[in-house]
Design a protein around this ligand. Structure first.
Ligand code: BES
Ligand code: MN
Ligand code: ZN
Length: 493
């Protein structure tokens, strides 16, 4: 999608969108049209019960020379402090026009005095909502094919281009995350995940290090390798480093992602119904590489490391069994009660390695870790588990500002005890009750003294079964805008 900002409406054919606040006089927003068109637009809006609620649209065609122009009045509502309003407006417009036959959308902000940042946010929403992945469709009927190619925002004012530069970097990251999440598991498995990350990130100046199975065995990563041993796909540990801070020696923020490229459950196999969803059990790792892409694209002035634990969880003659005891890189032993609780096993070794390697002050892991998370918070908030109040506030704030919302969950000794094992240092699965919390307590056992740590359980957020304001059905790209903002607000000043 091509995006530009202009002072005047362009020549030629396009659909014209005009945003209106609930208290605006419609006539004031329709200056430049003749009387007949203004009346037509006003009557059409009434007939469609258009009341300017945020992101609602009334559609009219007005005559323009000897042809007709599609005119969309779009409501801004009445809440001027709504954090995500402008993104939603852009998203609603492209959702409506993407396959409409229109090739160009002009959004006219003249006289609204919204400023360049708001204009860039509208463009962000418009482009985010228009993303789709048609690679595997060899037959798409004409009317289902996207037509919209270009968005021009008129009257955005000062700073729109500069704000858009930053926003479009975040969109690059989100698009990459969505692509990885959308690809099936026969295409994206640990090695191909690494190849694709390399292709996208190396040209941007991100340093890449990859550990193979032998290297992980030498390091003692028994928990990660135990999960991988049932698959013909070899595991990988992928580390990405963006060193953008003015002090290259400054301790990095470390992001760790669960990258289970397919989760059958292993010997504790999942039911067939819906199992295809487990192709996106690498959504945490995808958010980590997408964030690094965003940061490197906009040349963020911060040091950030991403670590992805990449494995496939399969049942097999060689697969690990319930009851097996594995020794993690930290030295702690784990009784594998349920081979479907594999995310925590691979994360534990990735976290230990990341801490030994980079000595971070802050470590944030992202994982589609538990079905229980979806039971508690649904698809509105990801669960946040955190050992530091300041970090929790910073993350929750970035969440509110980007729409990638986080809700803090409790932890504590009573929950932690539920993961004790009678035969090893801990077990990987306990009772069903509080399943997301006990999973977080398991992970906390691998956090070193003094490290500020947050675990984001994004199981309910990676994939959408219905379209949202900024995405169609499918991959959402959750986490990229959040982490980009978290870094921008706390590590680039
Ligand atoms: N990847 C799943 C969690 C999941 C389920 C994510 C549904 C997204 C949608 C995870 O590996 C898993 O299977 N967790 C188990 C843990 C249990 C065995 C302790 C779960 O949630 O049932
Ligand atoms: Mn599982
Ligand atoms: Zn899983």
């Amino acid at each position: 999608m091509k995006v530009s900002f202009a002072a005047q409406r362009p020549e030629g054919s396009y659909a014209l969108a005009i945003p209106v606040w609930d208290e605006d006089m419609l006539a004031d927003r329709l200056t430049g049209f003749d009387e007949a068109s203004r009346t037509l637009a006003a009557r059409a809006a009434d007939a469609q019960r258009f009341e300017r609620e945020a992101a609602t649209i009334a559609e009219t065609f007005i005559s323009e020379g000897d042809s007709a122009r599609r005119l969309l009045l779009i409501g801004l509502g009445g809440k001027r402090d709504d954090e995500a309003l402008y993104e939603k407006i852009g998203g609603a417009l492209t959702a409506k026009l993407l396959c409409s036959g229109e090739t160009r959308l002009v959004i006219d902000l003249a006289n609204l005095s919204l400023g360049g940042a708001a204009a860039a946010r509208m463009a962000f929403g418009a482009v985010a909502r228009a993303w789709r992945y048609d690679l595997y469709r060899t037959k798409l009927n004409t009317k289902a094919k996207p037509t919209l190619e270009e968005i021009v925002i008129v009257g955005g004012g000062e700073g729109a281009d500069e704000a858009w530069n930053q926003k479009s970097a975040v969109l690059d990251g989100i698009s990459f995350t969505r692509e990885l999440v959308t690809e099936p598991a026969n295409i994206i498995y640990p090695e191909s995940f690494v190849d694709r990350a390399r292709k996208h990130l190396e040209p941007l100046g991100v340093e890449i290090e990859v550990l193979d199975e032998d290297q992980m065995r030498k390091l003692g990563m028994g928990a990660l390798l135990g999960v991988a041993q049932g698959s013909v796909q070899a595991p990988r540990l992928l580390a990405l480093r963006w060193n953008g801070a003015s002090d290259p020696g400054k301790k990095p923020v470390v992001l760790v992602g669960k990258g289970v490229t397919f989760d059958t459950g292993g010997i504790s196999i999942k039911p067939a119904q819906g199992m295809e969803a487990m192709k996106w059990d690498m959504g945490g790792a995808a958010a980590v590489v997408g964030t690094l892409k965003a940061l490197a694209t906009r040349k963020a002035k911060a040091n950030v490391v991403g670590v992805c634990a990449l494995v496939e969880n399969m049942p097999d003659g060689k697969a690990q069994r319930p009851g097996d005891i594995v020794t993690s890189m930290s030295g702690q032993t784990i009784e594998v009660i349920n081979t479907d609780a594999e995310g925590r096993l691979v994360l534990s070794d990735a976290m230990t390695w990341a801490q030994r390697q980079y000595k971070p002050e802050v470590m944030i892991d992202l994982a589609t870790l538990t079905g229980a998370m979806i039971i508690s918070l649904g698809h509105e908030f990801a669960g946040m588990f955190c050992n530091n109040d300041d970090l929790a506030v910073q993350l929750a704030d970035a969440g509110l500002k980007t729409g990638d919302k986080l809700w803090r969950m409790p932890m504590g000794d009573a929950y932690n005890k539920m993961m004790d094992s009678p035969i090893a240092d801990m077990k990987n699965a306990g009772a069903r009750e509080g399943g997301s919390i006990t999973a977080a307590c398991f992970l906390e056992r691998f956090v070193d003294e003094g490290v500020k740590w947050a675990h984001l359980d994004i199981a309910g957020m990676v994939w959408a079964d219905k379209p949202g304001a900024l995405w169609d059905k499918g991959a959402t790209g959750f986490g990229v805008a959040l982490l980009d903002r978290f870094v921008a607000d706390n590590y680039e000043k």
